[in-house]
Design a binder for this molecule. Sequence first.
Ligand SMILES: O=C(CO)[C@H](O)[C@H](O)COP(=O)(O)O
Length: 222
Amino acid sequence: MTAQKDKEKQAAAKVAAGMIKDGQVVGLGTGSTAEFVIREIALRGLRITGVPTSVRTARLAVTLGIPLADINSVEAIDITIDGADEFTPELYLLKGGGGAFLREKIVAERTLREIIIADSSKLVAQLGAFRLPIEVIPFAQRYVEQQLEKLGASCLLREGFVTDEGNRVLDADFGLIGDPAALALELNNITGLVAHGLFINLADTVIMGKGAEIVRFNRHGS
Ligand SMILES: O=C(CO)[C@H](O)[C@H](O)COP(=O)(O)O
């Protein structure tokens, strides 16, 4: 199963790498799927400047000889390739299994094209089988938990995990999420909640490996 998933991830990564042009500023995602595209960029000798979404990704890129830029030194990011834990055909994403979703979301907000690559297990009709990651500043942990409980979630603290920004992650179970856009707005209003893993209207395209095929999903109007 894992071998099949890896083949699908790799096939999607190859297609995504083919969308990158020399000279571009490229957002580099985090996770096992994103790793395939980072390796593919190095393998093809693409002359890009990478903007990493995590310390983990930065380390991998440096090891592979990919030049990096600080996000605050670039005016725009041409294209970003990242993974997701779940996505719907409408291109709502649930991200953050790897805990890098705050930086991933900032990079996604700043990129001209957000491309998500995935194996076929990530496609769902409704988000929420995967717990929703929520990044909180340590001081607000209990307060945010209480607010999430009021919204119907049960939370698990990701034990022993600290984000690249020094924060904690709560993995929240909301059950299946009927209206991700509405939930995202509610979460955005909680003080001390730094980021959540719902990506609404951020992905332009999902490239999914499915067996020997590649299936593309495009956001309406993008
Ligand atoms: O959001 C993420 C990290 O914060 C990853 O994209 C997501 O967890 C998917 O990971 P993988 O490609 O290993 O399945």
